[in-house]
Write a protein that binds this ligand. Structure first.
Ligand code: ACO
Length: 323
């Protein structure tokens, strides 16, 4: 059985750090409120002349280096982003040019904060079917470009960054003990678009627009739905949730992460959290968190890892993989 395995992981955060205290200088908020309601202490912010593709390229280079691959090997690039450099071409095309990847398959996926889980599942299809032998799956976002800096209910929550993985085919017995993506569950409920959206776009206002969110309603949907998707992904993977070594959730809010953990009875020592340092980086948050837990030695080759996310759409999903 051929599975797609993660053979390299990389991440990039822009240099500039914005603390809660920095935000409190121009918007009516406080470090205390933000930490208590969200767990967020700081976020990174891209420079004005640093587009999303630049963040993606930095993360991709590191992931390729870890996989021992070069841009010439890559035959598929999927960028999960909700903040593309331009309306078109896809950010994936720009990343391809900047990395120097020869003609290949390249496109973006727009599933907001669930984008990385969606992209991984799509790339898995290419790799497991033999259509790709070296796929780059990147989550890259500059959410700070979408903020209404006068809206304290949203502008304190988001940050910029990118993370990437390399997927390659591996042969195995087809059991959950083998490396690779084991199973996933993806969901969307389009009746809830009004809970979280950007109030602009090429076919409506002609402007980029700003992020709008009914935070407490999103919160309520998140915990219940994410728990269901985790259960479904575990079932698809043929694993028990109790056997998972590490949970790497989308990093939106520490209270959502804790709520999902409590609902499923997860050991909190197995849940990776980077929301304090990165805030919500949408599609980039899972590969950023995965990278940080690999770099600090917690997540190792052979571990059973479960990823989960929820975002605008509303979209949500989960993916189980053996590293
Ligand atoms: N600083 C100070 N006060 C604030 C701030 C702020 N930054 N933001 C809101 N408040 C005030 C509100 O105005 C309100 O005041 P009022 O009672 O006088 O009207 C009070 O705080 C409580 O507001 P709520 O919105 O009820 O606060 P809540 O406890 O729900 O926390 C939050 C808000 C943090 C947004 C929470 O609802 C949440 O995290 N929701 C999930 C949203 C999320 O994480 N979305 C991302 C997931 S999807 C994705 O990743 C795109």
């Amino acid at each position: 059985v051929v599975r797609s395995a993660v053979t390299g992981v990389g991440a990039y955060l822009p240099e500039k750090v914005v603390t809660n205290a920095d935000l409190a200088k121009f918007v009516d908020t406080s470090d205390e409120w933000i930490v208590e309601r969200t767990g967020i202490r700081q976020r990174h912010q891209a420079a004005p002349d640093q587009p999303t593709s630049d963040l993606a390229v930095e993360a991709a280079r590191k992931a390729l280096a870890e996989a021992g691959r070069t841009p010439a090997d890559v035959d598929l690039i999927i960028v999960a982003t909700t903040t593309p450099d331009m309306t078109f071409p896809a950010t994936a095309s720009i990343v391809q040019r900047k990395l120097g990847v020869p003609v290949c398959v390249a496109f973006d996926i727009q599933a907001v904060c669930s984008g990385f889980v969606y992209a991984l599942s799509v790339a898995d299809g290419f790799v497991a079917r033999g259509t790709s032998t070296c796929a780059l799956v990147i989550g890259a976002e500059e959410m700070t470009r979408l903020m209404d800096w006068e809206d304290r209910t949203t502008c304190v929550l988001f940050g910029d960054g990118a993370g990437a993985v390399v997927l390659e085919p591996v042969e195995g017995q087809g059991t959950p003990a083998d490396r690779g993506i084991l199973g996933s569950a993806l969901r969307c409920d389009g009746t809830k678009t009004d809970l979280l959206y950007v109030d602009g776009g090429p076919a409506t206002t002609g402007q980029v627009g700003h992020l709008r969110m009914l935070g407490n309603q999103v919160f309520r949907h998140a915990v219940v739905n994410i728990a269901e998707a985790i259960t479904a992904a575990a079932k698809a993977a043929g694993i028990e949730i109790a056997d998972v070594d590490w949970f790497v959730p989308h990093q939106a809010n520490q209270r959502i992460i804790k709520g999902v953990g409590d609902r499923l009875g997860l050991d909190e020592n197995k849940v990776v959290s980077t929301v304090a340092m990165h805030a919500n980086t949408s599609a980039a948050s899972i590969p950023l968190a995965l990278d940080s837990a690999i770099r600090d030695g917690r997540i190792k080759r052979g571990d059973l890892v479960l990823l989960e996310a929820m975002g605008g759409g509303l979209t949500w999903g989960a993916c189980a993989l053996r590293l």
